[in-house]
Design a protein around this ligand. Structure first.
Ligand code: AHZ
Length: 308
C-alpha cells in the first residue's frame, strides 16, 4: 500500500482510522474567534471513499429484498413513506427517485411562486409532520413549499427503516405470471438515471433489481419521466390505455385522486398524479392536499396487503 512516511505516522496501513479526536463536547461558539489555530481532525482520502461506498453497498445488499418500494419521491411518495415508516418500523422501505433532488414538484407552490396551498382537511397532515401554516378558511397556506418538502424529507430520512436511492430511475417492473393469465408486480428494475438516459447512445447497460411484494408508484403525470409504471402497464397489456390527464378542475381533481388511490394490478399501488393517467382524472394545479392524503391512503392500501 502506498502510504508516505509522513502519513504513516498518522494512518497505519493496518488500521483504517486515525485515533479519533474527541470533540463531542465542543460547541460552535467555542470555535468563534479562534480561527488562526483552527484545524480539522486529520483524515485520509480513502477513509472518505470507504465511509460512503461501504454504506451504500451495504444498503444495496440490504434493500435488494425490500418489503415496500416507493417509486418517486414527490409530495405523494414522501407522504406515503412517512405514514408507512411511522406505523410499521418493521418494514424495509426503499424509495427510488430518478432526480438527484428528491421532492418532485413540491419545491414551489405553483408557477415559480413560493407559497404552498393545501385545502382542508389536508391541514391535518401538516400538523402531523409539524409544518406551520396560515389559516385561510377552507384552505391553509405554508409560507414556502420548500418548508413543507424539506420538513417531510428530514422526517422520512430519519426513519431507520427507510433508504432513499436518489439519482436512480426505475426503468422496468419485475413481473410474475398469475393463475388467471395476468401479472403480479414483484419488484422494480433500476439503473442510475444518467445511465438510463444514455441507453440510446451507449451499448446496452444492464440494470439492477429490487424484489418486493408491494410497489407504490407515485411518479407524477405524464412528462419526460412521469407516469412511468402505468405506461409500462399499458405496454404489458395490463391496462387497456392511459386515461389521459384531463383539464384543470381543483374541486373534482383532488377528491378523485384521493378516492381512487388503490392497487391497480396485484402488487402495484398507484398514488398522486400518476393516477390521473390511469383513470383520466382532472388535474388540480397548485393545491397539494390531494397529494399528501393520497400518500396516506396509499400507505393504508399497503398495510391492507400485509394484513391479508
Ligand atoms: O423525478 C420524479 C419526481 O420526483 C420521480 N420519478 C418519475 N419517474 C420516475 C422513475 N423512477 C424513479 N421512473 C421517478 N423516479 O417521481 C417524482 C414525482 O413527483 P411529482 O411531484 O411529479 O408527483 P406527485 O404525484 O407526488 O405530485 C404531483 C404534484 C402536482 S402536479 C399538478 C398538476 O399538474 O396539476 N398538481 C400537483 C399538486
Amino acid at each position: 500500500q502506498e502510504v508516505s512516511v509522513h502519513e504513516s505516522k498518522i494512518f497505519s496501513t493496518k488500521t483504517e482510522f486515525a485515533a479519533p479526536v474527541k470533540s463531542a463536547t465542543k460547541t460552535v461558539e467555542s470555535m468563534l474567534g479562534q480561527w488562526d489555530n483552527f484545524q480539522f481532525a486529520p483524515i485520509r482520502e480513502s477513509q472518505v471513499s470507504r465511509a460512503m461506498t461501504r454504506r451504500y453497498f451495504a444498503d444495496l445488499d440490504k434493500y435488494a429484498e425490500s418489503d415496500v418500494v416507493i417509486v418517486g419521491a414527490g409530495s405523494c411518495g414522501l407522504s406515503t413513506a412517512y405514514m408507512l415508516a411511522k406505523q410499521r418500523p418493521d418494514l424495509k422501505i426503499a424509495i427510488i427517485e430518478a432526480g438527484v433532488a428528491p421532492g418532485g414538484g413540491a419545491w414551489l407552490g405553483g408557477q415559480l411562486f413560493s407559497a404552498m396551498i393545501m385545502r382542508k382537511p389536508a391541514d391535518a397532515f401538516l400538523r402531523e409532520v409539524g409544518v406551520a401554516y396560515e389559516e385561510e378558511g377552507n384552505y391553509v397556506v405554508v409560507k414556502h413549499a420548500a418548508l413543507f418538502t424539506s420538513t417531510i424529507l428530514s422526517k422520512v430520512l430519519q426513519f431507520p427503516n427507510v433508504k432513499l436511492f436518489n439519482a436512480t430511475a426505475v426503468e422496468d417492473l419485475i413481473t410474475r405470471p398469475t393463475a388467471d393469465g395476468r401479472v403480479r408486480i414483484a419488484g422494480v428494475v433500476t439503473n442510475w438515471t444518467l445511465v438510463s438516459m444514455h441507453h440510446d447512445d451507449q451499448s446496452c447497460m444492464d440494470p439492477n433489481t429490487i424484489n418486493a411484494p408491494i410497489i407504490v408508484s407515485t411518479t407524477g403525470h405524464d412528462g419526460p419521466f412521469g407516469a412511468f409504471s402505468v405506461k409500462r402497464l399499458v405496454s404489458m397489456d395490463q391496462i387497456k390505455q392511459l386515461g389521459g390527464m384531463r383539464g384543470l378542475d381543483m374541486n373534482t381533481a383532488e377528491d378523485a385522486i384521493v378516492k381512487r388511490t388503490r392497487e391497480i394490478v396485484p402488487g402495484l399501488i398507484v398514488g398522486g398524479m400518476e393516477l390521473s393517467e390511469v383513470d383520466g382524472a382532472n388535474r388540480m394545479g397548485p393545491t397539494f392536499g390531494a397529494m399528501v392524503l393520497s400518500g396516506c391512503k396509499a400507505a393504508e392500501e399497503v398495510l391492507k396487503v400485509f394484513d391479508e
